[in-house]
Write a protein that binds this ligand. Structure first.
Ligand code: ZN
Length: 111
């Protein structure tokens, strides 16, 4: 029996092409799903109206009141600011904002 290399090769190539097409389709569909999910996540994003004082479960009076509840609005402004910074850092206390050096670098590049 003669060895039909071309025929075998073609069959393998077809199989690979088929697999590749399936994989591409899968990843495209996954990408579309993730894209749609990202959009809906953004859409469903609501203003966090909880009091930004760490550990406080009260509803804040909104952005005009630094997201402080009635109770924590009575605190000295300095304490409120510290509380806000703590809240922004995920309740981990004061921390340097990592985006600042990146912004500085961008500015330097723009010069
Ligand atoms: Zn509070």
């Amino acid at each position: 029996m003669p060895f039909h290399f071309d025929q075998i090769f073609n069959q393998i190539a077809e199989l690979i092409a088929e697999r590749a097409a399936t994989k591409i389709n899968e990843s495209v569909q996954r990408g579309m799903r993730e894209g749609a999910h990202a959009v809906s996540a953004l859409k469903g994003r609501k203003l966090d109206m909880r009091c930004h004082y760490p550990g406080c479960k009260n509803r804040s009076k909104g952005p005009r009141f630094r997201f402080m509840c009635e109770q924590h609005l009575k605190l000295p402004k300095r304490e409120q600011i510290v509380a806000l910074e703590t809240w922004r850092n995920g309740g981990k206390g004061r921390k340097r904002n990592r985006s600042i050096p990146r912004q500085r670098r961008a500015l330097r590049l723009a010069d």
